[in-house]
Design a protein around this ligand. Sequence first.
Ligand SMILES: Nc1ncnc2c1ncn2[C@@H]1O[C@H](COP(=O)(O)OP(=O)(O)O)[C@@H](O)[C@H]1O
Ligand SMILES: [Mg+2]
Length: 277
Amino acid sequence: MISSRPPSAPQPRSPFPSATPAKPAPAVLESLAHGASVRLAGVRRAFKGGVVAIDGVNLEVGLGEFVALLGPSGCGKSTLLRLVAGLDQPDEGAVEVVGGGVAFVFQDAHLLPWRTVLENVALPLELAGIRAGDRLAEARAAIDEVGLGDASGRRPAELSGGMRMRVSLARALVTRPRLLLLDEPFAALDELTRHRLDDQLRALWLAQGMTVLFVTHSITEAAYLAQRAIVFSSRPARTVADVPVDLGRERGPAIRTEASFARATRVLFDALEQAGA
Ligand SMILES: Nc1ncnc2c1ncn2[C@@H]1O[C@H](COP(=O)(O)OP(=O)(O)O)[C@@H](O)[C@H]1O
Ligand SMILES: [Mg+2]
């Protein structure tokens, strides 16, 4: 699923390169990073019936950052991601995405069962009116990037859960997003498959440089994947910690048993505990 910021969204003053005529994006920054930047200022979202999902959230994510949004179930993480995607509007505050090209990966792969892998991955380009030859070529490239080249003619029922999620990832990548939003995408998978997909996602991020916001309630997944983890309190979601994950850019399965990884998860665990999660 793809969306971009609605034109009516409030446009607060931004510290990031802006596309407005008053403050054009520096060409050098544009060429160095493929990501988008995200800024939330004083964001509140309350639903009918009195549920306040998010309150007073401030967040700044720079070009090409990989940020984990970590918090207990029901705290408001999905609500926050939907606001960033432009699928929902805040009641107070402002949400700003500079750089466009947003793609969303949900926990459920949401594939069309009657379509092949290739046809599922090509769907966003089809909806955008891209001609068949071009969209199929782009879809094949995205399918190769997630290692599913041999399965492009199969239908979803013929795939494992992990493969279905890789198709969902390819369908997001086919649009070459500058901001990739993932909402607990691997949570329903077995642990080994989840670890493999974590590695694949990190490799794709290193290769393509898009900005990534990854929602999870898993401390170890947040530590393994992200450069930076933002910890939210239980509902309404408030930021209780914003910590760098200093594990280097190149990470592999071996790091999961290292002391540095244990320290990183400890920091996140303590922050979650303090948040009353
Ligand atoms: N459209 C909605 N209408 C009413 N309540 C909602 C809606 N969406 C989410 N909520 C409520 O907002 C709270 C936060 O939900 P959510 O953002 O899905 O949490 P999380 O993703 O962290 O588990 C929950 O109590 C949920 O029931
Ligand atoms: Mg959720």
